[in-house]
Design a protein around this ligand. Sequence first.
Ligand code: EPZ
Length: 420
Amino acid sequence: MEKFIVQGPCRLKGSVEISGSKNASLPILAATLLFDDVVELKNLPNVKDIYTMLSLLESLGSKVKINKQKKIIKIYKSKKIKTFASYNLVKTMRAGILVLGPLIAKYKQAITSLPGGCSIGARPVNHHLNSLKKMGMKYFIKKGYIHAKVDKTLTGNLIRLPKISVGATENLIIASCLAKGKTIIKNCAIEPEIKDLSNFLIKAGAKIRWIGKRTVEIIGVKSLRSISYNVMGDRIECGTFCVAAALTEGNLKIKGFNPKLINTELNILKQTGAKIQLKKDEINIKGNNIIKNIKHIKTKEYPAFPTDLQAAFMVLLCKAKGRSIISENIFENRFMHVAELRRLGAKINTKKNKAFIEGNTKFEGAELMSSDLRASVALVLAAVTAKGKSIINRIYHLDRGYENLEKKLSKIGAKIKRIS
Ligand code: EPZ
């Protein structure tokens, strides 16, 4: 199994190019199932989850052509589409559930593995299923599979999501594009990745209109037209490098991402003392030698603070002068990194969904274990700022969502290498 060896501490300086967004690419890839003709996608990140989604599409009958160098992927439709999404593929990546909406909208049937829970929480898909049911989908669950069908066609309806869910919003938007009549979805998630998905679909001829802060209206069309689309930059990767600069008294030019989309995170970084200058698609961030504590960060749905950056910000607050609190309000078990950060010297106590962070930590290198994607990157950040050598095991979690992390970090001064 591959691991990282990190020698710290380092100050990170230089420029970083942000890769394409994993969490925008995944629903866009699932949505290609709606098309009859080829779809060209540019700027998809070269990460494991993308390849898992491509394998899933291939298993459903799509043909995939990849130009890795140019970062262009073309997805063609074969005549023999299958509607069975296997456990083997869906279990490794929960976003596999996103093929349900397009399969049922286009092919009127699907047998899709239930994704099951994962290390950060139970992550049910009840809101995906109940909402599609309101559009006419019938389903039953047997032996871990959702057996779904629709008699004639999905039919538009007024749907109010009982809970804001990124995945359920995406599944519904995708499915509604080919449904009969008008669908209105209320209480939607409005993450930038969802707006990217809807821009992609609109470009292909879908009739999608955002008619309120969390309300979207979709009028079904007969078909979508073949297009080429450039996926947005990765919001979480961008936030991670911003933290890296603030944490190491570094100085980074972060390119390829619209700073307006991470306003909340940048404001918190400013409060910790980082100096930030913004340009179009560029962030210049300088870390201060004194990191100020933050009273309370609460993760919440966009545009509030993202759960996917909770672990990285916790590392920063460990080094702050004074106490901070982080509340995790999205997932019930997303503090797995805490025990590992303690191994580096962090003083953090958790009670229910709150982490109480002492601050003033001088990290010292240790051997660590990754537990999930975002926890892993937090361990890497902590190791970069720790004194001495750290070993980070199970970095396959990281490879699911960060493109060339060690190359990007090495280029800006980190001493990090991957070994088998
Ligand atoms: C997406 O997951 C992201 N994944 C996650 O990123 C991200 O952490 C999460 O949104 C929140 O921002 C992708 O975009 C591929 P949700 P998703 O549905 O769609 C509960 C990463 O590291 N819920 O918004 O699964 C659920 O259990 C990943 O890149 C239900 O109860 O998240 C959770 O507590 C991790 N029933 C909350 O809602 C449902 O039917 C939010 O989940 C659906 C969700």
